[in-house]
Design a protein around this ligand. Structure first.
Ligand SMILES: [Zn+2]
Ligand SMILES: [Zn+2]
Length: 236
């Protein structure tokens, strides 16, 4: 099933809002998938600063899933330090784990375009002009996951971090489990509320994915980008 058939009212609403705000974008349905294509205007101080040719592919479970975004003008190099996944050319617009903060489930699609997607392309223009990423975003891949959870959990301990992620990905958490913070206490006597709060914000699937990413990267995820000049610090 596709969302536009299940909820034609939502489809019309998303389309009307997006096309009114971005007159050079249009909704297209192909093979029962909804795409948003055209020229994406990047604004700065109320003026159009730049344009990007884009394609957003909305997932079948929109608005629960995230759009798949491609820059179709061939302008952004397919490099991880530009947050483009080389293998398929898709843009890494936001870390799914951080979605609750940037574009919570249920928000209008327009807010994705004017929010995280706009920041992404404004950042690309600034990087193209020789600036560093302007929004203090996370690095790409495992390092970015590490940076995000370091901020969320206030720890640089990879072991603590992956235990938290394991609990976030679990079907259920039990109060008698050991707290991931290494206090030696049971979860119910320690960080149970924090774990519950995070489980409401971050989906099990996203936590599972980040768990796998961190496990696969191991300590290379922790590597401090600042320890590696002259590579520019693309803090995502
Ligand atoms: Zn990225
Ligand atoms: Zn604890």
């Amino acid at each position: 099933m596709t969302w536009q058939h299940d909820d034609p009212v939502l489809y019309e609403k998303e389309k009307a809002e997006v096309e009114a705000h971005f007159p050079e974008l249009r909704f297209v349905v192909e093979n029962s998938l909804v795409y948003v294509r055209g020229n994406f205007a990047v604004m700065f101080e109320e003026q159009v600063l730049d344009h990007y040719s884009v394609e957003l592919q909305l997932p079948r479970n929109h608005p629960t899933g995230l759009p798949v975004v491609r820059e179709t003008g061939g302008r952004i190099p397919r490099q991880t330090d530009r947050h483009i996944i080389a293998a398929d050319g898709t843009a890494c617009v936001l870390l799914p784990d951080e979605r609750w903060r940037l574009w919570p489930v249920g928000s209008p699609l327009l807010e994705y375009l004017t929010g995280p997607l706009h920041s992404f392309f404004l950042g690309q223009t600034m990087v193209e002009e020789g600036h560093s990423w302007p929004f203090g975003q996370w690095a790409h891949g495992a390092k970015g996951v590490f940076q995000f959870y370091r901020e969320m959990l206030k720890t640089s301990d990879l072991r603590v971090m992956t235990t938290y992620l394991d609990y976030l990905a679990a079907k259920k958490v039990k109060g008698h489990w050991l707290c991931p913070c290494k206090s030696g206490k049971k979860l119910r006597d320690c960080h149970f509320d924090q774990v519950k709060d995070l489980r409401e914000k971050i989906s099990r699937k996203d936590a599972e994915k980040s768990f796998t990413t961190l496990k696969a990267a191991g300590t290379s995820a922790i590597e401090d980008p600042e320890a590696n000049p002259p590579a520019p610090i693309f803090q995502s």
